[in-house]
Ligand binder design. Sequence first.
Ligand code: C2E
Ligand code: MG
Ligand code: MG
Length: 562
Amino acid sequence: MGDKPISVQRINRIVDSKYKNLFLYLAFLVAFLAVITNGFISSRFGNAVIDLGSTTIPASSISGCIQAVSVMACIFMVLIDYRAGVRLAIFTFLFSIFGITRNMIANNTLSSIPGAVNCLIYILVSIIIGKQLKMADRFALTDSSTGLPNRYGFERELETRLRGSERGYVAYLHIGGFHDLNANLGRKYGNSILMEVSERIAGVVGDHGEVFKIEGAEFALILSEGCKYESLLSQVIDAIEEPIVVDKNGIKVNCFVTATAGVADFFDRRITTDEVMLCTDVAMNYAVNSRDEDCKISTYNDALRAEVAKTNEMEKMITDAIKNDNFYLQYQPQYILDGKRLRGFEALVRMRLNDGSTVSPTIFIPVAERSDLILEIDRYVRKRVMKEFKDICTAKGEGFVVSVNVSAKEISNPAFADEVLEAMEETGFPPECFEIEITEYSFVQSLDNTRQNIKELRDHGIKIAVDDFGTGYTSLSQLLNLPVTLLKIDKSLIDNLEDSEINRDFVKTVIYMGHLMNCEVISEGVEKESQLRLLNQFDCDFIQGFVWSRPLDYEVAVDLCK
Ligand code: C2E
Ligand code: MG
Ligand code: MG
């Protein structure tokens, strides 16, 4: 939760507790009793010296001590509750002035005047301190860029509502793309974008709830029980995703951010603040990591929690496997269809567990892709391939290819091409024998960076394949602008080749268009001779599939090259 400012940390423990009023009235009782006791001592002893047997003590000293207790109690009241505390402190002060004046008249002396002035000064000081602390608290509870209450303010408000047995919803809103804008345009413009976003959120939420800014690009909402949160959140998301116009040196720039939301309710009276926040976090992370464009709002439920727990466990397994060097590669041969000559291999990563079993990449790659773990895995695969196949590729030359899969996250990273080229220089691997497989999904991510990387890699002779082609994201025309060298037709299209005329026509067209674009075409997941025959008719260049070979261990793959 981070360090809370001292005033929030110490005083709020009482302020936020349900015994706040009890503390307030106890302090008032102490102050009031002290004033009465003081009045009694002054009227009974005046300026006399009290004989305590072995020693004597002036009555005014005892009076001073009791007055200090009363002042301390007044300060405490002001700190606990500024408004009520100030009123009770003034009441206590007026009551003590009344006692002091009465004594002065009765004893016909002005000796109590310094005590009264002291009392007044103490109370004024406590009011000033209270005011300062209140301001410091407000400052500590407010987000400086938007003026909205911040995470501490949010936690405090949620705690108050849970204590009051209120029911409702908490929603977290993640603003996607903000960090890039902030980095590109600068902090000043970043802040004005956040300000605009916060105004749009508050505008839509209105009386349905409260808005908080809890992290760099994250907002929280506390929504009332009766509100239709799904439709409200879709309106909020629509409002946020409208273009934001920023005035940069007189030029109007249209900025775009995205939004995803996670929601959890606090209907259960036993639920704690931490639990509500955790559930909302789980729901939001699910929405943020979902590749499903339609999943912009995710509501917490137990199934979601179980799924997240499974993902976390898998992430830990991957981290352990990286630490313990428990990855290895298999190589699946690719053949030139005409004559079944070896074209090369696709490197496929495997993860070994401590008990000796292996996990399929279809299970761990999607998990690794949600975190940065995929970058380490892919880096490992590239280095290993370059090391294991450098000599074979150098001997076989241009026509022989080893391909590696690269995640969308990597290909859209501006430093990616340089990193590959550096590894290539270090190992001495011939670039013309290296192929990078990217999925169609890469073109949805950051097209500019992807295009730049592809271009740089192609300039150095590295081949670029589009994996799983035909599964949805790209069109052929989109690829026309990219120097792609190979289209890999997805297994799902090959599976139905014999039964579906539409599939046959589609595959035929892809192969034809691919050739027009100067690309070669490979069909993957070919399992039957009948599929081979059809692909031969359609003029497909290469095939990869169980019909001719499954993925092989390194030693077997090397034997195949001889
Ligand atoms: P992919 O790149 O499309 O790889 C082809 C997958 O299809 C491989 O599964 C391969 O074993 C399988 N396959 C090939 N021919 C046939 C066939 O005839 N029948 C059937 N049923 N399957 C066939 P694998 O090895 O399980 O890999 C699955 C996916 O995991 C890969 O799909 C790729 O997306 C990902 N992957 C594998 N290795 C890596 C890696 O090093 N990095 C990254 N980022 N992803 C990887
Ligand atoms: Mg592949
Ligand atoms: Mg594939």
